[in-house]
Design a protein. Structure first.
Length: 208
């Protein structure tokens, strides 16, 4: 079993630098790549031990990595990399942390996905959808009302009179039918326009 993916004195797998191997639950074999486990092997002294940041062998006591997360069982010893654990997301992320170089606001970003603060400020100038899950990043009720008013003043060409769109709502996660439009399709459940067209069909538009 090769001691490490890296050459020289650098230990770890191709994804992360760290001084321990992890034991797979299924077969009991040891791997330098990350695996959610409770047991590790120090690659400096080959001592099997509970997962942790420091080797428990008194003759070794090597630190497995610069960064260690006990929740994710994630080790990384790359000095160029900043990592932090986001408790709201339940995972470790690349970055210095919330409030430093990441923005994670439950009020403005109800879906909970992280985004750099600077990126967030630039992104919302052109889109109201989360770039990860496409849910609305803010309360869009007033914006959707303006779309209602605009659609009430304009009619689609006659050839689309009986055309319906089968849509999926990114906000309420429900499917419904909406009157066909080139741009806007209203969810019949939450009455929003944050929808994705799944297909079109001909049907009684009066029933919508």
């Amino acid at each position: 079993m090769a001691p490490s993916y890296h050459s020289g004195s650098t230990l770890g797998c191709k994804h992360y630098q760290r001084g321990c191997k992890l034991q797979a639950h299924c077969c009991g074999k040891w791997y330098p790549c990350r695996n959610l486990t409770t047991t590790m092997m120090c690659m400096h002294c080959n001592t099997t031990q509970p997962a942790g940041q420091d080797c428990i062998n008194q003759a070794c006591r090597k630190k497995m990595s610069k960064y260690y997360c006990s929740e994710c069982k994630l080790w990384d010893d790359d000095p160029r990399k900043n990592i932090y654990h986001c408790h709201d997301c339940g995972i470790c992320r690349i970055g210095k942390g919330l409030g430093q170089d990441y923005f994670h606001c439950e009020k403005c970003n109800p879906c909970g996905h992280c985004i750099h603060y600077k990126c967030h400020q630039e992104y919302i100038q052109t889109s109201y959808q989360c770039p990860t899950c496409f849910k609305s990043l803010a309360n869009m009720t007033e914006y959707f009302r303006r779309i209602d008013a605009m659609l009430a003043m304009h009619s689609m060409p006659p050839e689309y009179k009986n055309t319906l769109s089968h849509v999926y709502c990114n906000d309420c996660e429900k499917k419904s039918h909406a009157k066909y439009h080139f741009l806007y399709h209203k969810c019949s459940h939450c009455l929003g326009y944050n929808t994705k067209v799944l297909g079109t069909l001909e049907g009684p538009v009066e029933s919508i």
